[in-house]
Design a binder for this molecule. Structure first.
Ligand SMILES: Cc1cc2nc3c(=O)[nH]c(=O)nc-3n(C[C@H](O)[C@H](O)[C@H](O)COP(=O)(O)OP(=O)(O)OC[C@H]3O[C@@H](n4cnc5c(N)ncnc54)[C@H](O)[C@@H]3O)c2cc1C
Length: 407
């Protein structure tokens, strides 16, 4: 997309990341697709400095912000989506809570090695009985002297079988729901920690998505992030950036599918002409180009808002749900442009289609994104209505608005 939307520095940065992704990640993409876990590539990504953008300079970050994060996500996912998924699980999902809520010692000990790619991180939210309804979490942490004792299970954990630490969300069983949620930095060499199984996946081959068990795991109290009861706030803060990052990833994959379809449509000849001469094909390309730019703009808006310090919950949800829906559609239409060969593994488009599908699930499902968007829409509607009522004479307003203030 042109310089109207990205600054000169952002465009230069994108070119650097693109060159790195082509030179270092692309040669491994085939092996990853065949099942090679991409975790070891994180060291190279860390050395190149592409895990730094969301983190403070004093701990090894570059503090460039979320726009730079989506540029990295797009460019790395465009050549190997599982590699970027592994990267984001570590330096985005696991690291954001430490970066934003950790103390100096926690950041030095855990954040810096993750940013450098020396250690691998994961985030532990989902459980067998807890998916969308995160407030119903069942894994517990009970204080015992200078330690907490952790018991429970987490499932679908990206990097879970191979990581050094997990940013782990748990509850204090004595405090109900959201108010009891706490976040810990959990070292995976703790006794009682077990990788129970690795799931087979539709796409994102190479990723090792794990089911984890915690049995009387004792970790030092100093591994608590912020304070008890802050877990839900930490989670909501992390999810906002995660959603924008996922939007960047799927845009990167969709752009790769789009580029493949454009090129193929100029080379493939049927009825004595390249197939792009048929509107049935070229109008698909027009739709894909428009959808890609729309997804990019929504994602850029959310990223710039978060970089400005705004919460942007609605905008992040919009960016994610729109980008994943259209990324899936773009990959599907790209496959159609390629015809039968698109369905084979001779071209990567069938892989792109399988890889982007996770976007509708991870970081909150598309249904949950729509729930969040409509909730904000009605909140804004109520707020506007309440503000309009303020213009009503004071004595009328004070009687009619009793108890109706929007939360
Ligand atoms: C490959 C992969 C990697 C993952 N990585 C991680 C990770 O690293 N860490 C982690 O913690 N989790 C991870 N997850 C888990 C992921 O975030 C969850 O799968 C997701 O949040 C949905 O939870 P669930 O699967 O339990 O679905 P459920 O919550 O059981 O939902 C099932 C269906 O019901 C719908 N639904 C539920 N509630 C509502 C509602 N109120 N309104 C409308 N519809 C609703 C959902 O949208 C969905 O369609 C990963 C998942 C996968 C597949």
């Amino acid at each position: 997309m042109s310089g109207i939307f990205f600054t000169e520095d952002e465009i230069r940065f994108r070119e650097e990341v693109r060159e790195f992704a082509k030179r270092v990640i692309a040669p491994q993409a085939e092996e990853v697709e065949k099942g090679m876990y991409p975790g070891p590539l994180l060291r190279k990504i860390g050395e190149a400095g592409y895990m730094r953008q969301l983190h403070p300079i004093e701990y090894g970050g570059s503090a460039k912000g979320v726009v730079y994060e989506i540029i990295v996500a797009e460019e790395i996912a465009g050549v190997s989506a599982p590699t970027d998924m592994s990267r984001t699980a570590s330096s985005t999902l696991c690291a954001i809570p430490i970066s934003r809520f950790g103390n100096d010692e926690q950041k030095r000990k855990y954040l810096t090695p993750i940013i450098r790619g020396e250690k691998i991180g994961a985030i532990g939210i989902t459980e067998p009985n807890v998916g969308s309804d995160t407030a119903g979490m069942q894994t517990t942490a009970v204080r015992d002297g200078d330690e907490y004792v952790i018991n429970g299970e987490k499932r679908f954990i990206t990097n879970g079988a191979d990581c050094d630490i997990i940013t782990l969300f748990v509850v204090n069983p004595d405090v109900p729901a959201k108010r009891g949620m706490c976040t810990f930095i959990f070292p995976t060499d703790t006794d009682g920690f077990k990788v129970e199984r690795i799931y087979g996946l539709m796409g994102m081959h190479g990723m090792r998505i794990a089911h984890l068990r915690f049995e009387n795991c004792r970790i030092p109290a100093e591994n608590l992030l912020d304070r008890e009861g802050m877990g839900f706030n930490i989670l909501m803060d992390e999810l906002n950036t995660e959603r924008i990052s996922i939007a960047g990833e799927v845009i990167g994959v969709a752009r790769a599918a789009f580029d493949t379809a454009v090129q193929y449509s100029t080379e493939r000849v049927q009825f004595n002409r390249p197939i792009n001469r048929f509107e049935g094909v070229s109008f698909k390309i027009a739709d894909m180009a428009t959808q890609l730019d729309a997804a990019e703009l929504l994602t850029l808006r959310a990223a710039r808002l978060v970089d400005r310090g705004e919460r942007a919950g609605k905008e992040s949800a919009m960016a994610k749900v729109f980008s994943v829906d259209y990324a899936f559609e773009i990959c599907n239409q790209a496959l159609q442009v390629l015809g039968g060969i698109g369905y084979t593994t001779d071209y990567p488009v069938e892989r792109y289609l399988r890889d982007v599908r996770i976007g509708m699930l991870g970081g909150g499902t598309s249904e949950i994104m729509k729930f969040l968007i409509q909730r904000e829409v009605y909140r804004e509607f109520e707020l506007k209505a309440a503000m309009e009522k303020r213009t009503v004479p004071l004595e009328v307003a004070s009687s009619s608005q009793k108890g109706e203030t929007p939360d």
